[in-house]
Design a protein around this ligand. Structure first.
Ligand SMILES: *[C@@H]1O[C@H](CO)[C@@H](O)[C@H](O)[C@H]1NC(C)=O
Ligand SMILES: *[C@@H]1O[C@H](CO)[C@@H](O)[C@H](O)[C@H]1NC(C)=O
Length: 269
């Protein structure tokens, strides 16, 4: 066995001597994230890594995810998904995040069961790991300049913690707001139920389904750098995140659809 491996090592190692210069820079950036040394001015764009002030923590309601897609037949709701799930945790108004921190399955191995339940991909074609990796590369890497988020494992752990902390299900239950095909809810009553825990600045988002019903599908919770609830940011500065929704209208009651694993596209006919 060794006789087949050794020649391979020998043939690879000379190539290492000729790695292009920019790997050095990339390596420095990586170290920068790892140790959070963003104040160091040696690397010119270092400061911009951690220039963001606010994060958006976004939870989605699987019962309306299909309705949020242009092509509703592409969705799925796994049997173990019965609750509000994580969409993402996004630093706002970031510039130039380093794209140099890859993520592997082994990084989140210990969290996999929890993530499958609380941060599933609801797209048929998309394994959950791909969803997580996209979120890490697009957003996690930008958040990783802050202690407690500075690795894939910590970032995903923190997301799970936030989800547990913002127990939307329970807040709604207390306010007697439950999924229903018959009863639409007013924005004011939902806002009133959630704001004590999620802050006055929370955003409640709807989509319009193919029967022109307004349907609740997402909640965005602004957080400060230090993860306290509420942060001043301009809504128009939000990065566009498909699926696209809109703020639920104050004057138009909206539906909170039940989750239907068998017919996720038409939980209410
Ligand atoms: C949803 O999650 C909350 C805790 O976050 C739990 O109390 C509740 O039972 C869950 N609901 C379902 C239907 O699993
Ligand atoms: C967190 O940050 C906000 C905004 O910068 C600040 O007002 C608040 O006092 C901080 N809270 C803690 C516990 O550090």
């Amino acid at each position: 066995m060794w006789s087949s491996v050794l020649p391979l090592l020998v043939t690879i190692s000379p190539a290492l001597l000729f790695l292009p210069d920019h790997t050095n820079t990339q390596d420095e950036h990586w170290q920068d994230y790892k140790y959070g040394r963003q104040q160091d001015s040696e690397v010119p764009d270092k400061k911009s890594f951690c220039s963001w002030k606010c994060l958006l923590f976004t939870l989605q309601w699987p019962g309306a995810f299909c309705q949020s897609l242009d092509e509703p037949s592409l969705c799925k709701i796994p049997q173990n998904v019965n609750n509000w799930t994580i969409h993402g945790l996004w630093p706002l108004r970031v510039r130039d995040c380093c794209k140099c921190w890859p993520m592997f399955k082994s990084d989140v191995q210990d969290l996999e069961a929890e993530l499958q339940e609380h941060w599933p991909s609801l797209l048929q074609s998309h394994p959950s790991f791909l969803f997580w990796r996209e979120e890490w590369i697009k957003h996690g890497v930008c958040a990783a300049c802050v202690e407690g988020m500075n690795s894939p494992l910590r970032y995903f752990q923190l997301n799970l913690k936030l989800r547990a902390q913002f127990d939307i299900h329970k807040l709604l239950e207390v306010a007697d707001i439950s999924p229903s095909c018959e009863r639409p809810y007013k924005l004011s009553e939902v806002h009133q139920a959630l704001a004590p825990l999620l802050g006055e600045k929370l955003q409640i988002q709807c989509v319009t389904d193919d029967q022109e019903r307004e349907v609740w599908f997402q909640v965005k919770i602004p957080l400060s750098h230090n993860l306290t609830v509420g942060c001043d940011h301009h809504v128009d500065a939000d990065p566009p995140h498909p699926p696209h929704g809109h703020p639920c209208h104050p004057q138009t009651p909206f539906y909170y659809f039940p989750i239907d694993h068998q017919q996720p596209q038409t939980p209410c006919g």
